[in-house]
Ligand binder design. Structure first.
Ligand SMILES: Nc1nc2c(ncn2[C@@H]2O[C@H](COP(=O)(O)OP(=O)(O)OP(=O)(O)O)[C@@H](O)[C@H]2O)c(=O)[nH]1
Ligand SMILES: [Mg+2]
Length: 271
């Protein structure tokens, strides 16, 4: 019996494995994978010492974030049903999210009932900073997870009393990358860019800025001393998020805060 000639190797195997071209050098007919993918691939490599195997890929078109998206829609319906506006507040670490929320609770929160869900990898520092007798707050600690997801929000929202709450602030984990992919069921995504980070961040981290309805340019009180070019930052935000509203503010001096409060007030007005 003639053994079929194995297909030529593309290169000599350096570490024992050789992967042939995707167009398929395999002699066996394709078959569906039955077990864990890694075990299948390992077995296939072991059975192909001369590198006869082929690797093919198929696009199954199943969104990896599908489960989160479903839960996020559920959250959105729940929030809308309760008549409250949820804001997902995102930024790099230290851009001023908690400081802004502290002052917002002290001023705006005196007239309009607000609640906060705040996420961090560790500590309840921000939860304690935000604690006010008139505003329910829940701290979410994510451990090693670099973003909040819709299931964390669903659980945390159940843990506080949302009666009468008109605005639910969700302070996300400080990170400009991971939170971009996770819809929490918010009505508005707010991204902070602080003057200490540099004007180029919208260009370097476009997904998060692209997904924002509102961008807050924070810590403008120190813009001049840092040599931060405010107009350039605004232009960079505009390039990535042309329709987002931009508010320049300083929680320290109060500049721009009335515009922020007007924005919040408008979210609570019946349409
Ligand atoms: N100069 C100035 N400093 C500010 C302003 N807002 C916040 N800061 C300072 O920035 C630092 C970080 O502020 P936080 O509010 O803790 O920042 P954060 O975004 O909540 O940080 P994480 O939760 O760790 O991501 C603190 O030292 C604040 O005092 C501001 O408007 N101007
Ligand atoms: Mg914070």
């Amino acid at each position: 019996m003639n053994n079929p000639t194995p297909p030529p190797l593309l290169t000599e195997p350096a570490l024992g494995y050789q992967i042939n071209a995707l167009t398929g050098a395999a002699r066996n007919a394709a078959r569906p994978l039955a077990g864990p993918l890694s075990a299948e691939i390992t077995a296939a490599f072991s059975a192909s010492p001369r590198g006869e195997i082929a690797v093919r890929s198929i696009d199954v078109n199943i969104p990896l974030l599908e489960k989160n998206d479903i839960l996020a829609e559920r959250n959105r319906g729940y929030f809308l049903g309760r008549g409250l506006a949820a804001l997902n507040i995102v930024s790099s670490p230290g851009a001023g999210k908690t400081t802004l929320l502290e002052r917002t609770l002290d001023e705006f929160g005196q007239q309009t009932k607000c609640a906060v869900l705040v996420g961090d990898l560790e500590t309840d520092n921000d939860g304690r900073r935000l604690s006010r007798p008139y505003a329910p707050v829940a701290q979410i600690t994510t451990g090693t997870v670099c973003h909040l997801d819709a299931s964390m929000i669903a659980r945390a929202a159940q843990s506080i009393n949302l009666d009468g709450v008109k605005i639910l602030f969700i302070e996300n984990v400080g990170n400009l990358v991971c939170p971009a992919s996770f819809d929490l069921g918010e009505q508005v995504r707010v991204v902070l860019l602080s003057t200490t980070e540099g004007e180029d961040k919208p260009l370097k981290y476009p997904p998060i800025f692209k997904s924002a309805q509102l961008v807050l340019l924070t810590k403008i009180d120190v813009a001049d001393v840092l040599g931060f070019h405010r107009q350039l930052a605004v232009e960079n935000i505009r390039r990535i998020a042309p329709t987002a509203k931009i508010i320049q503010l300083s929680t320290r001096t109060g500049e721009g805060l009335s515009e922020w409060y007007d924005y919040l007030r408008q979210l609570t007005s019946p349409v």
